[in-house]
Design a protein around this ligand. Sequence first.
Ligand SMILES: Nc1nc2c(c(=O)[nH]1)N[C@H]1C(S)=C(S)[C@@H](COP(=O)(O)O)O[C@H]1N2
Ligand SMILES: [Mo]
Length: 421
Amino acid sequence: MRRLMYEAQRALASPVRNPRMATVIGRLLGAAFLLCFGTGLYSHFLQQPLPGMHFATRPAYLYQFTQGTHIVAGIACFPLLLAKLYIVFPALFAWPPVKSFANFLERTSIALFVGISLVQIVIGLLNTYQWYPWPFPFRQVHFALGWVLIGLLVIHIGVKLPLITRYWRKAPDASEPEHLSEAASPDRSRNLEEVRLWGSSRPGGITGRLLDYIDATPATPSRVSRRGFLTTVAVGVTAVVGLTAGQTFTPLDATNVFAPRKKGLGPQGVPVNRTSTQAKVAEVAMDAGWALTVVYAGTEHRFTRAQLLAMEQTEVRLPIACVEGWSQMATWRGVRLMDLADTVGADAGTSFRLISLEERGSFSKTQMGHEYVRDPLTLVALELNGDTLHLEHGYPARMIAPGRPGVLQTKWLSRIEAIDA
Ligand SMILES: Nc1nc2c(c(=O)[nH]1)N[C@H]1C(S)=C(S)[C@@H](COP(=O)(O)O)O[C@H]1N2
Ligand SMILES: [Mo]
């Protein structure tokens, strides 16, 4: 077995399967992971703030930028992770599989790291297509796995630190062991001889045939050159990013072929994530008796659409920036939330709970910190892109605020309640 594995490693030897290349790709992958983790934490806490947390409301495109980065970096992980696995693949054939307890821990942590990384980027990608072929809640699991991965990343870097520092800048030269596998032995002919003897004892068996194959395979490593490999990885990353990033990054709109959302497609030129039918609000939202209820200090204040339209109207340019990575700039018109808050007598430190006509759904009730309430760009929007707000965009009124995730831009508003401090 040992010899078989040894020869398998030898057959897999390649100029790109070396610690230097593992370091080069590993750095990029590590950077992408850290970007995903940082932007992911930010997105998570915006949606589920810890007590006392406050956020920057500007620049208005802040969340569009952080979440766009999250998705782009996550998508780039696909070719990078495949490249990394390609490089270290021969290590699977190390024999014995476990040499010591430390070695066992190292290999187990790497197996977990690889497996969980794959799960993380796959469920993240499927989430951007709103496809959930699993029984668990996406957001909580994605968040928890993020922490696990950061822990495993720290362990991985710690274990590999000697290799990483050694190959951080330097290309491997002839005096260094070139390959990650142990099979870079100069003693190939003697080995092969033994292998042949051993293999021929099982003629026609799988082992025998594999050994015949290895025997017939020249010792010269594969012809994948370092430059060719790096070019392939670069083309892969450019392709997956270039063909999707246009969903949030306007200059790439023309090449947005694979992303789930396309800029400008949808009623009033804005995509719709959840329709009024899915949210089961079509009827109540069109009811002529609708009024927005604002609750402060136990008193309910009702505002009909006509009354809201009679108040001072403000026009703002703000994006819808969905957690799923797409975003769309739009022109909104309506009443400043600040003005409504003043009208009901709320003070500057008041945060609000936003309640939708939608009865079910995890974002039918959300919270808005006072920093957003008091931002002059935050509107109870009544119009979108020059027309009455479309039912699918939240008619009769929706919230729009700078720097917030799409999920918190509540459509089909029903009530706004002050939260007791
Ligand atoms: N009441 C309610 N508001 C909602 C949602 C929802 O499901 N219900 N979806 C949110 C999400 S996830 C996004 S990205 C934006 C999308 O707004 P749009 O459909 O007008 O583009 O609305 C948000 N507002
Ligand atoms: Mo969203």
